[in-house]
Design a protein around this ligand. Structure first.
Ligand SMILES: *Cc1c(COP(=O)(O)O)cnc(C)c1O
Length: 229
């Protein structure tokens, strides 16, 4: 086993970083190790340290890693997904965090039906100040929940919501955004989606805040694998 040292990060090996993060994680919070842009060997090192859930943002990269790595890995798609790429990941993906449009939801449903699967998904909600981040506006999403169209898709199972906070040093702002997503989660669960159990929010820079605001799943990349190229 090679020990890949984190370069510009004053931390330890992948195994040490994982142990450090896990030690502070409540039992109710699931860690997704975000391995995008890192080689399969880095994933293998995390796997050998006991990690089984990995997040990727590009379908081709996820497929390539899926093909070379152990089959008990759960692969999560966390990045913006184009409808024409859905078919590549549908045979094996465990959770798609980034369902951000009706068109994409329909495409996943259609491809999942062809593959004879029901695929777990999260609905990505836009909570950040930045215009560039993907995700539904709450009111737009509510429309698709109210009229029953999203819950009518038989080959997707809505498990919860995902969001990304603004990229800012202003921790009060980040906290407000996560709190808002948590309240949307609670309200949608009460009114439209009683089955939801997953709130995916928090990355390397802000996951402790996300956990305090109710995250059940965090997506951590650089604090485990170091900086991406
Ligand atoms: C890359 C990425 C992450 C991980 O980011 P880090 O800051 O490296 O922890 C989490 N979520 C999404 C959606 C991402 O694209």
């Amino acid at each position: 086993m090679t020990n890949i040292r984190i370069k510009s990060n004053p931390m330890g090996t992948i195994a040490e970083n994982l142990a450090h993060i896990r030690a502070a994680l409540p039992e109710t919070v699931t860690l997704v190790a975000v391995s995008k842009f890192h080689p399969a060997e880095a994933v293998r090192e995390a796997y050998d340290a006991g990690q089984r859930i990995f997040g990727e943002s590009r379908p081709q990269e996820m497929v390539a890693k899926y093909e070379t790595l152990p089959r008990d890995i759960e692969w999560h798609m966390i990045g913006h997904l184009q409808t024409n790429k859905v078919k590549y990941i549908v045979p094996f993906v465990s959770l798609i965090h980034s369902v951000d449009s009706w068109r994409l939801a329909e495409a996943i449903d259609r491809e999942a039906a062809k593959a004879g699967r029901v695929i777990d998904v999260l609905l990505e909600v836009h909570i950040a100040r930045e215009e560039t981040k993907f995700g539904w506006d709450t009111s737009e999403l509510e429309h698709f929940l109210q009229d029953g169209s999203l819950t009518g898709l038989r080959n997707i199972r809505i498990r919860g919501l995902m969001g990304m906070a603004s990229l800012t040093e202003d921790t009060a702002q980040v906290k407000r955004e996560f709190a808002r997503l948590h309240s949307v989660f609670t309200s949608f669960k009460e009114r439209y989606l009683p089955q939801i159990d997953t709130l995916s929010m928090g990355m390397s820079g802000d996951y402790p805040t996300a956990i305090r605001e109710g995250a059940t799943m965090i997506r951590v990349g650089s604090s485990i694998f170091g900086d991406r190229k």
